[in-house]
Design a binder for this molecule. Structure first.
Ligand code: CP
Length: 312
């Protein structure tokens, strides 16, 4: 995040110190969320617009909850019921909303760079809630928080990300965040779904899942975007499951301490078996819980360093 008007556009380039500050604040907010009245006045008087141009369950609801827990005023925008349907551009939509005096825009958009575009045009703080295949920084942060709670440190933690890395904003934000925090990151997937020159992202690259999982402390399983089937990128879902699925049989061969993550939504029986998703090793719902606290921390910090102490 930069000074003055702060944004969270991605985790690429965010310092270890800034990520640690967010994680520490999120842990404090988690304590607040356990209280009988899980609400603080930290963002009273602040107005947040949730601008979602793509479907979302977890991100949209957890941002809205986080805003309400911080006592902000929130407005939800859905492109399907807006004047975007009449041809209004992103720039005009955002500038008209800002003319109603708002402080923070949370944006999800299929166009990579849409949050950066808004940051150039608006005076509000911009938070990226997922932009195309580019980044999903709050997902990266909630994944980091989940691992931090579980392991207490990232140094040398072996994290394997499995699946469609090329098209995954979650993978990119995780790779940037984990590398910055000192983890040892690997990726595995079919060659058609791995980025060109993937090693340049600072990761080890595997094409054989059974080889890759031998070394992992954590396996983060990505959703296979079913729309990729039929475009020559996936042979068939059955073959994908056989070669790259986190199956019950594969789980049995692993150390029982290995942690299974998935950002959701899950394709049960494709990239992950139902038994694995619901196993004791799975922290999938824990990730979702952490999403609220992490988004509270991000909203709190974009509103300025003078508010860096989390309120009691
Ligand atoms: N993980 C994630 O971004 O989920 P949603 O698309 O439901 O927000």
């Amino acid at each position: 995040m930069s000074s003055n008007r702060k944004h969270l556009l991605g985790l690429e380039g965010v310092s270890r110190e800034d990520i640690q500050t967010i994680l520490d604040s999120a842990l404090s907010f988690k304590e607040i969320l356990q209280r009988p009245i899980p609400k603080v006045p930290a963002l009273r008087g602040v107005t947040v617009v949730n601008l979602f141009f793509e479907p979302s369950t977890r991100t949209r609801i957890s941002f809205e909850l986080a805003e309400k827990r911080l006592s902000a005023d929130t407005v939800n925008f859905s492109s399907s019921t807006s004047s975007v349907k009449k041809g209004e551009t992103l720039k005009d939509t955002a500038r008209n909303i800002e003319a109603m005096k708002i402080d923070i825009v949370v944006i999800r958009h299929s166009y990579p760079g849409a949050p950066h575009f808004l940051a150039n045009w608006l005076n509000a703080s911009i938070i990226n809630a997922g932009d195309g295949a580019h980044e999903h920084p709050t997902q990266g942060l909630l994944d980091l928080l989940t691992l931090y709670e579980k392991f207490g440190s990232f140094d040398g933690l072996k994290v394997l990300i499995v699946g469609d890395i090329s098209h995954s904003r979650v993978a990119r934000s995780n790779i940037f965040g984990l590398n910055t925090m000192g983890a040892d990151v690997s990726i595995c997937g079919p060659g058609t779904l791995l980025p060109y020159q993937a090693e340049s992202l600072g990761v080890r690259v595997y094409s054989d899942l059974d080889e890759a999982i031998k070394n992992a402390d954590v396996i983060n399983v990505l959703r296979i975007q079913l729309e990729r089937q039929g475009k020559g990128l996936l042979p068939s879902l059955r073959e994908y499951r056989n070669l790259f699925g986190i199956t019950r049989e594969r789980l049995k061969k692993l150390d029982p301490g290995v942690v299974i993550m998935h950002p959701g939504p899950i394709n049960r029986g494709v990239e992950i078996d139902s038994d694995v998703a619901d196993s004791k090793q799975s922290v999938i719902l824990h990730q979702v819980t952490n999403g609220v606290a992490v988004r509270m921390a991000v909203l709190y910090h974009v509103m300025g360093s003078e508010r860096s102490e989390v309120p009691e």
